[in-house]
Design a protein around this ligand. Sequence first.
Ligand code: ADP
Ligand code: MG
Length: 262
Amino acid sequence: MERMQDMTQNKNPSTPVIEAVGLHKSYGTLEVLKGLDLSLERGEVVALIGPSGSGKSTFIRCLNMMEIPTGGTIRFRQKAVSERFHDKGEELGIGTLRRHVGMVFQHFNLFPHKTVLQNVTEGPTVVCKRPKREAEELAMDLLAQVGLAEKHATYPNHLSGGQKQRVAIARALAMEPEVLLLDEVTSALDPELVGEVLAVIRGLADKGMTMAIVTHEMAFAADVASRVLFLDKGVIAETGTAEEVILNPQNPRLQGFVARFK
Ligand code: ADP
Ligand code: MG
């Protein structure tokens, strides 16, 4: 336990962008998160792995307060986030947190009646009130970044799963997030489409995007993440470098888990 806490501490005193402190989440009598701590520094990429039902989705949904924690604190830019929507005094509101912490899901959730370009400009124009022209320029840059500029006028149902997911990533990036949360973004894809999405995420990591990535792609997690967290039954059961957690696991449940994905 002591060792685990040591390893979750920052090794150097650089400032965290987002933190979870003693995070708890229960649904009725079901306690899903049992006191989790995480501190993400700017440019850091962490991977969250763990069995189905261990609380991975709940955890990252609590990080941007899409789910309201039942205990503990989320801190963003070193300020506590309250349950209020707007900032008040020293406390940030949920609105500010969500505005700067983007999220991409397993099921892309694109607007089916909007084109690729309109999907990507929706957030900046509606939420951020950016001028349409400016939002479109940004969107086209992002679509080029994910390799889909030529699909800008296409509707989502004409795209492959991998292309839809790349649009979803561009849409999240259009909000110019400081942190990006990715929840099993390749789990719904045909195996041959996984690589193109992982390549986009790899590119974001190389550009210094701060990310928390829930994934079952062990090789990818080992490659992209500076730190890997193993969630089991609502606690962080092991944390360390990819080498420690994925390549040389100590915890017996983790050994079993990792072996299944080899
Ligand atoms: P994972 O992403 O690791 O598979 P989840 O965070 O989705 O795990 O779920 C963890 C546990 O919380 C599961 O037992 C799940 O059934 C339960 N759970 C998740 N969301 C809800 C909800 N909205 N209401 C009730 N139980 C939930
Ligand atoms: Mg999940």
